[in-house]
Design a protein around this ligand. Sequence first.
Ligand SMILES: O=C(O)CCC(=O)C(=O)O
Ligand SMILES: [Fe+2]
Length: 365
Amino acid sequence: MAVVNETVRFDQMKDVKEFDYFKIGVKGLADSGITTIPSFFVQPPEILSDLKSFSSTCTEIPIIDLSDVNSDLHRPKIVEQIREAARTCGFFQVINHGVPVSVLDETIAAIKAFHEQPPEVKAEKYTREEGQSVMYASNYDMYRAKVAASWYDSLQVWMGPEAPKEEDIPAMCRKEVVQWDIHAKKVADTVFELLSEGLGLERGKFKELGFSDSRLFMGHCYPFCPQPDLTIGIRSHSDYALMAVLLQNQVPGLQIKHGDGWVDVKPLRGGLIINIGDSLQIISNDEYKSVEHRVLANSSKEPRISTVEFFHADNRNGSACFGPLPELLSPEKPAIYRNFTMKEFLEIFYTKGVHSKSLVKELKL
Ligand SMILES: O=C(O)CCC(=O)C(=O)O
Ligand SMILES: [Fe+2]
């Protein structure tokens, strides 16, 4: 049995690689007018049967208003809301975060425009190569293919701490990506402070640890899928990062796991989604939770566009060590995870790929 599966998997990998070779991306496939999807996009039965399940106990993720974040009177309440959301849901939306709606709209429009360029333009310039800081993944890339082909394309840019040369970012969306990075970092700084206080730590603790320095920007495009019941946008996974700031257009699709079911993260105009990643679950010694999420294949003609800014523990130094913060440990609350170096983090990241709670499972004592 295992041998058969391996063969199927091998053939699938071959097909995915071949598809990638032509670099038309999922967007190119959708635009070609196909009415059935290539077979390697069809997900296994256990994934398909789970697509329709929903949560019966929770219908929405928390929405947290940041307007009064600098008021001594209101801040403790906001810290409590963020702490509660990070402990339970792992996901929340922030509103009145200070980023003008025009900036959100410009970012989405620029990423949409990038993906709407002819496939040859994207393929020639932004093919993923190891060590490159900017890449356009026309679906297959070395870690995503380990899970399965899924119905989206993505532009990915390492923004910090050693930002790419500006000319390396596609001219098409350069101004907006750089602008978005600045705004997303500001929102993340505010949320990191609140999360830090929520653990009873100094407000500036996470900043001091460099939590908003290493940033990976992703601009995803989920084009129309002619058979959305047979495939998926992104398979269920949790993020490796400390935290992500996610912006989506008005096309739905993102879902988070809650109990045995799934909750839609409904587009909220002006809102920004914050997501706790595996790294922060570990560093907070399980106080905060990273939660599995997925994106359904897009059934609307309008593409779903999202941008995700991932904040990683500082990756400048491979021997830098991270783990549960000593301030949070006591005889009653011993460390649940072992420490890890950035080198080890990256190894797990590249070998496990898009997966559920990989880092958390790997580092559990
Ligand atoms: O597109 C989205 O809303 C989610 C993307 C995501 O989960 C990821 O890039 O890890
Ligand atoms: Fe994710």
